[in-house]
Design a protein around this ligand. Sequence first.
Ligand code: CMP
Length: 237
Amino acid sequence: MALISDSRELLRRIDVFSDLQGADLERLAALLQEVSYRREEIILHKEDPGDSLFIIRQGRVKVVLYGDDGREVILSILRDGDFFGEMSLLDGEPRSAFVVAMEDSCAYILKRDAFLDTLMERPMIALKILGELSRRLRLADDKIGSLALLDVYGRIAGALLQLARTEGKVEGDKVIIDSRPTQQEIASMAGASRETVSRVLSDLAKSGLISMEGKRVIITRDLHELRDVHGERVSTT
Ligand code: CMP
């Protein structure tokens, strides 16, 4: 009973499901199964068949690809209230990427048939899912542009901007990222080495664009200045 009321509350808080009410909300909440993962545990394997949608109740996960040499590229970081695993359900193809827990996390799972029935019965939910997929495509476009067009300095500034956009809190003219990924993870987001990330972060701190307090990053001046660092290095060749 506690689980159903927890999952009902979670569904209410998630934008894409927030229109569900009454019996519809109860029905969907009753179909969710809770699962827990330890930090570093692989939740989804690329190329596996997919039969479920995941909604993160608590924690953070990374969507990643691995090269043959084990190098990691982080495509996205998802957190409380985000969903993943929808792509295989929508196109019937295998999982498009690995999803790995970045911290101890728990999620609710919704089976394929229940997810697809919900989309067909509720066009508003389908539209909101399309909206979220468009947002993710924009972020992916930014990342492709960054990786192809910017030098490493711009790519790392771009990764910080992406974190600011997805999880930053605005306080006056500052944007605060409460729990930044590790330097190795920022390196995997920006296609850089950990050593370069360390050097660029301290350069940005010295020039007063950011300040760092442990895991906190404060973008101290106007966010546009950081974006300028990102943009002015776009190669024209
Ligand atoms: P699926 O392909 O079923 O399994 C892997 C999941 O990772 C995928 O569904 C999406 O939910 C998620 N995913 C893949 N690529 C991205 C991306 N670029 N940004 C955010 N999430 C992604």
